[in-house]
Ligand binder design. Structure first.
Ligand SMILES: C[S@@+](CC[C@H](N)C(=O)[O-])C[C@H]1O[C@@H](n2cnc3c(N)ncnc32)[C@H](O)[C@@H]1O
Length: 242
């Protein structure tokens, strides 16, 4: 069985409870640190991912594990009629709601509490689902992916982005130094949570990636599953269909 890594290594609380608390803690600094620590490349990744669902011209989109809503905001350029940002962290979504208001997009983009493993939506509701850097945090990965399959309509498309570990020299070595030493230090300086940016590399190191994750997507019923490493393999980009 895969090793379970939790934010606070607290035996008395579930991974989900700890993840919710961690993201509530880092919500005010999340966007700044995200763009700073990735040198802004995260925006390019989300753009690519949204391009991949554009082919089916989705009208109703779920951005699961939406956090502060950057993926959901990016999806607005496809001119959908409804985008729902779903997450378990209310404080992350509070930042997202402000963005929707500022963009005058609150009539199309709304945020609601959604647990990926038990979603409050009917079968086949969505034309497309995006998940950015969220699946690694699910308490039960397969349950979350099965739920995504359930709420996606037949022919609907999914785009998933996740942090991954480069495999080749010198990116592998540089990544190790950056992720295990520099990132936790900068994270500690700017965010209110000393564990969050240590949990990040720990959780990445035990998460199934590449062909392993493709196998799980196939197992839960998705088809046309594709994987592409982005930016020397520091980001994994998966697409699939129902
Ligand atoms: C790293 S953030 C990603 C935010 C955003 N998608 C992005 O691209 O920046 C991960 C998010 O996943 C959410 N999350 C973790 N487990 C979840 C679950 N079971 N259901 C819904 N959201 C979850 C967290 O609360 C957090 O906001």
């Amino acid at each position: 069985m895969a090793k379970v890594v939790t934010p606070y290594q607290d035996q008395d609380r579930s991974k989900k409870q700890q993840v919710e608390q961690m993201f509530d803690n880092i919500a005010p600094t999340y966007d700044f640190l995200n763009h700073f620590l990735s040198a802004g490349i995260d925006r390019t990744w989300r753009r690519k991912a949204v391009d991949s669902i554009a082919t089916i011209q989705p009208k109703v989109i779920l951005d699961l594990a939406t956090g502060t809503g950057d993926f959901a905001v990016e999806a607005l350029r496809l001119k959908p009629t409804q985008v729902i940002g779903g997450d378990i962290s209310d404080l992350m979504m509070a930042v997202g709601r402000e963005k929707a208001k500022k963009l005058n997009a609150a009539d199309v983009l709304s945020f609601q509490r959604v647990d990926s493993e038990n979603m409050p939506f009917e079968d086949n509701k969505f034309d497309a689902i995006t998940v950015g850097f969220g699946v690694r945090n699910f308490e039960n990965l397969e349950t979350g992916l099965r739920e995504m399959h359930r709420v996606l309509r037949p022919g609907g498309r999914v785009a998933i982005l996740e942090v991954s570990q480069p495999k080749t020299f010198p990116m592998k070595q540089l990544y190790y130094i950056y992720f295990h030493f520099i990132l936790p230090m900068v994270g500690r300086l700017f965010s209110k949570d000393i564990r969050a940016y240590t949990y990040l590399p720990e959780s990445v190191s035990v998460f199934p990636e590449g062909s392993d994750f493709v196998a799980i997507l196939n197992k839960v019923g998705f088809r046309s599953v594709q994987f592409r490493p982005l930016t020397f393999g520091i980001c994994a980009f998966y697409t699939c269909e129902k």
